[in-house]
Design a protein around this ligand. Structure first.
Ligand code: PLP
Length: 371
C-alpha cells in the first residue's frame, strides 16, 4: 500500500493519532491521577466509568471487563447460558460473537442477515429456533442499532434471553432507545479502533438486572463476591483502571465524535449514490457509523485501487462466521448466501471524526474510475 498518492496524503481507515492529539493533555492528566493513586486494579476510575457508561446507555448497571470477547462470554455465563444451550446469532459478524457463546460452553447457531443493512434477519432467526434455543444475540453491526421492538417481541414470544452484541454501536439508538439498553445483557468492546476505544483492550456488560450485575462482578473477579470467598468458577477479567481513566475522558466527547461521523457518512452517501456498481448500505437511522461499508463487484481489484491511491480502505469481514476454520466442525455444509455476499463484496471506506472531507471526494473519484 502506498503511503500517499502524489501530493495527496494517505488517508488511513481510522486515525487514532489524530484523535489522541485532540485529547492528549486530558488523557495524560487522567492517567497521572491513577499513577499517583496506584489503584491499578478495580480502582476509582473503573467505578466512575461504570456509572457514567450505564447512564450514557440508559441502563441501571454496567460492569467493566477485559475485552468485548469476555463481555460476551461472561454475559452468557451470568445468565446461565451454557452446555446444551443454543444461541442464535448472525452469520455476518466478527468471530468473537460466536466465540463468546463457545467460551460459555453453549452452541452458536447461525442465521442469515438482511441484504439492505447486514443485520440479523429475524425470519431466518425464527427458522433456526429449536427446543434447545436459550438466547438470541443480535449484533448492532457497523454502528447500527437493530430494531428494539421486534427483537424484544422475538425473544419474549419464544421465552428466550436477548443478549445484544453492541461492540460496534456505542451511542447508536433505535428511536429513544440506545443500543445496549434493552437486552437482558448487552456487550461492548473498547478495542482502540471502536467509536469509544481504550488505549488497550477493554469491554463492558450492561444489564438492567441487579442479579446479573452481581454475577458479572463475581465472574470477572475469580468468582469472588468478597476477598478470599470464591463462590463460583470465575476468571480474571477486569477493566483495567488506566483504561477506565482514558474511557472517562473519551466518553464526554463520544456524542460529538459520533455526530461528525454521521456528517461524513452523509457526504459519502451523496458522493457515491450515482456511481454505477456501488451498493450503498441502507444504514439504520441514528447509526453511529463505526464503519462505512459499501458493496462493489470485483472487490479485491477495487480495494487495491483505493489503497494504491492512498485511501486506506479495508474489509469487514472477508469471511463469514461459518467460514472460520475454528468453527468448521460446527457449520460444515451450511450456507448463508446473503452473509456470503457481504463477505465477498464489501469494502469499508475510511471514517473517523477528524477525517478531512476531501477524503470522500478522493474515494469517489477512484471508485468512478475503477468500477
Ligand atoms: C461485533 C463484535 N463483537 C465482539 C467483538 C470483540 O471485542 P474485543 O476485540 O474487545 O474482544 C468485536 C470487536 O473486536 C466486534 O466487532
Amino acid at each position: 500500500m502506498s503511503q500517499d498518492a502524489g501530493d495527496e496524503p494517505f488517508i488511513p481507515l481510522v486515525d487514532l493519532k489524530a484523535q489522541y492529539r485532540s485529547i492528549a493533555d486530558e488523557v495524560r492528566r487522567a492517567m497521572d491521577e491513577v499513577l499517583e493513586r496506584c489503584d491499578f486494579v478495580l480502582g476509582q476510575a473503573v467505578g466512575e466509568f461504570e456509572k457514567r457508561f450505564a447512564d450514557y446507555c440508559g441502563v441501571s448497571h454496567a460492569v467493566g471487563v477485559a475485552s468485548g470477547t469476555d463481555a460476551l462470554h461472561l454475559a452468557f455465563r451470568a445468565l446461565d447460558v451454557g452446555p446444551g444451550d443454543e444461541v442464535i446469532l448472525p452469520a455476518m459478524t466478527f468471530v468473537a460473537t460466536a466465540l463468546g457463546v463457545v467460551l460459555a460452553g453453549a452452541t452458536p447457531v447461525l442465521a442469515d442477515v438482511r441484504d439492505a443493512d447486514g443485520l440479523l434477519d429475524l425470519d431466518k432467526a425464527a427458522a433456526a429456533v429449536t427446543d434447545k434455543t436459550r438466547a438470541v444475540c443480535p449484533v448492532h453491526l457497523f454502528g447500527q442499532c437493530m430494531e428494539s421492538g421486534p427483537l424484544l417481541d422475538f425473544a419474549r414470544e419464544r421465552g428466550l434471553l436477548l443478549v445484544e452484541d453492541a461492540a460496534q454501536a456505542h451511542g447508536a439508538a433505535d428511536g429513544a432507545v440506545r443500543a445496549g439498553s434493552f437486552g437482558h445483557a448487552a456487550c461492548f468492546s473498547f478495542y482502540p479502533g471502536k467509536n469509544l476505544g481504550a488505549y488497550g483492550d477493554g469491554g463492558a456488560v450492561c444489564t438492567p438486572d441487579p442479579e446479573t450485575d452481581r454475577r458479572l462482578r463475581m465472574l470477572r473477579n475469580y468468582g469472588s463476591p468478597k476477598k478470599y470467598l470464591h463462590e463460583e468458577f470465575g476468571t480474571n477479567s477486569r477493566l483495567d483502571t488506566l483504561q477506565a481513566a482514558v474511557l472517562n475522558v473519551k466518553l464526554a466527547r463520544l456524542d460529538a465524535w459520533n455526530r461528525r461521523r454521521a456528517e461524513l457518512a452523509a457526504l459519502y452517501d451523496q458522493a457515491l449514490a450515482s456511481i454505477p456498481g456501488v451498493t450503498l448500505t441502507a444504514f439504520r437511522p441514528d447509526s453511529v457509523y463505526h464503519l462505512y461499508v459499501i458493496r462493489v463487484p470485483n472487490r479485491d481489484r477495487v480495494l487495491a485501487a483505493l489503497n494504491e491511491a492512498g485511501i486506506g480502505a479495508g474489509i469487514h469481514y472477508p469471511y463469514t462466521v461459518h467460514e472460520a476454520g475454528m468453527f468448521s466442525h460446527l457449520f460444515a455444509g451450511q450456507e448463508f448466501p446473503v452473509a456470503e455476499d457481504w463477505a465477498r463484496r464489501s469494502i469499508s471506506l475510511p471514517l473517523y471524526a477528524e477525517m478531512p472531507e476531501q477524503a470522500v471526494e478522493r474515494a469517489a473519484r477512484v471508485l468512478k474510475k475503477t468500477l
